[in-house]
Design a binder for this molecule. Sequence first.
Ligand code: NAP
Length: 211
Amino acid sequence: MKIGIIGVGHIGGTLAGLFTKADHQVVISNSRGPETLEDLAEELGDNASTGTVEEARDFGDLVVVSIPLKAITDLPANGWEGKIVIDTNNYYPDRDGKIADLDSGKLTSSELLENQLPGARVVKAFNTIWFEHLKTQGDTSLPLEERRAIFIASDDSQAKETVAKLIEDIGYAAIDTGFLREGGKTQQPGSPIYNKELTAAEAAKALTAGA
Ligand SMILES: NC(=O)c1ccc[n+]([C@@H]2O[C@H](COP(=O)([O-])OP(=O)(O)OC[C@H]3O[C@@H](n4cnc5c(N)ncnc54)[C@H](OP(=O)(O)O)[C@@H]3O)[C@@H](O)[C@H]2O)c1
């Protein structure tokens, strides 16, 4: 699959490594320009190249946005129609500044991103796992129920299926927390499943128990 990655720090960079190893093609980007990412692209090998944010967006059948939440207002306002967008982001007021619509509960952080990217099919994923775990805990040799769970939420069931398949390609199992709003709340920092090392079987039980 062709994947654009916007933000290649701890999480975006780790995903770039996992996706290229699983034989997906990535274009990596950041705010400072492609020339700052040449070394990383070389490290990632033949399945990786660099681009601007717009080029990463245009390249991807699927685009990962993995940047500090406060930076989402810098993203291009168009060109997202029909794109599946994985939102790895979390709201941390100390880092991102206070955002009234999030503090009041009017919106979740994924809905904020969705509003910023008109036409995008946003799937929240990879936001509840620490990047060091993401790097090492995937295992394609395990049956799905024994793999570590990656929680996903979206209003678009087809987009969710595509992301679930990608998650399986890199050795994890996708666990559905529901629509973007409800699932987004279930997955947000401080929630019972946030940063918990759960297998898919344990995760399904935790959600049934009302996590
Ligand atoms: N760290 C974790 O374990 C973890 C786990 C789950 C979720 N998350 C969430 O995932 C997101 C990314 O976290 P991270 O830890 O990977 O952050 P990070 O290591 O600080 O990386 C952020 C990346 O975003 C790029 N960036 C910043 N502003 C940008 C902009 N305006 N346009 C394009 N690229 C931009 C940065 O590069 P330049 O500054 O060069 O542009 C960098 O590549 C955050 O929302 C975080 O809360 C993190």
